[in-house]
Design a protein around this ligand. Structure first.
Ligand code: MN
Length: 287
């Protein structure tokens, strides 16, 4: 049975907020996993990670993590110094993850986020090639610390490198390392893929992490994502990995701005109860 989680950014407005109150909340709501921000796992230092690990263990919670690299760490950049800075940062993130026993780093580690190709540029191949070369080195750092780097496929308005599952598979094949695989997200699949179920099936055993969210970024159950198709596809490929919801419903703060939340989408029942019902909904789909 897949473990089900939620990204703690559902409740907070700042990318670097404190994890601890949300560990209790997420455990109390009945989730198996809390998804954390990888950059914060690194920035809290060894003592902070010790406390984090103790708290997770105490509450019996697993964790996953995601990050969208800032542009200063763009590992696909034309500028070699920027690429080296990005690889060094990713190596630090892997080391920090290693202190927690390793785990998944999802999101956009192959470029930066949010990103567009420079004006006038239509050929992304040089960015792809530089990214693959960087990722080969990052994969080694990941493997050294028991980390899996899952390449999240995101929609064209947020990134250009890979908009479809096939593009991510091509990228992973070019890297050719078992520490690098594919991450899909129903919010993005809904925008870019011809058929959502088919895209999930195409990922097959390369699927390393999975985000569930509605077309409007609300928790699963309040939009028009074809959930039966999604979960049938996950069953077809026998996906055993984490299933993490990533709702964003509240405007404001760095998170609301980056995700472009321009209206209050919180449910009248409140965000906690909304998450609890979404968890029930997802577990129901897994049966
Ligand atoms: Mn996502």
């Amino acid at each position: 049975m897949n473990k089900v989680g939620i990204f703690y950014m559902y409740w907070v407005r700042d990318w670097a907020d404190d994890f601890h109150p949300y560990i209790d909340k997420v455990a109390d709501l009945g989730f198996d996993i809390i998804e954390l921000q990888t950059g914060t796992i690194e920035s809290i230092g060894p003592a902070g990670r010790k406390e984090l690990k103790a708290h997770l263990d105490e509450r019996g919670l697993d964790f996953t993590s995601v990050i969208g690299l800032p542009q200063e760490y763009d590992v696909s950049s034309e500028d070699k110094a920027t690429r080296e800075r990005g690889i060094a940062y990713m190596t630090d993130l892997c080391k920090a993850m290693g202190e927690l026993g390793g785990g998944i780093v999802g999101g956009i580690t192959y470029s930066y986020w949010p990103a567009t190709l420079p004006p006038g540029v239509t050929d992304k191949r040089p960015y792809f090639d530089r990214s693959v070369e960087s990722m080969k080195r990052m994969a080694q750092a990941a493997a050294d610390h028991n980390v899996i780097l899952a390449m999240e496929v995101v929609n064209r308005f947020e990134q250009y490198m890979m908009s479809t599952c096939q593009e991510a598979l091509d990228y992973c094949a070019a890297v050719g390392h078992s520490a690098v695989n594919v991450m899909l997200d129903t919010f993005h699949l809904n925008i870019e893929e011809d058929f959502i179920g088919e895209a999930i099936e195409r990922a097959g055993d390369q699927l390393g992490h999975f985000h569930v969210g509605e077309n409007n970024r609300r928790p699963p159950g309040y939009g028009h994502i074809p959930w039966t198709e999604v979960f049938n596809a996950l069953r077809t490929i026998n996906y055993q990995g984490p299933i993490v919801m990533e709702p964003f419903v509240t405007p404001g703060g760095a998170v609301g701005e980056a995700i472009k939340i321009y209206r209050d989408q919180t449910a009248p029942i409140g965000v906690d109860e909304d998450a609890r019902r979404a968890l029930e909904f997802v577990r129901g789909l897994m049966k």
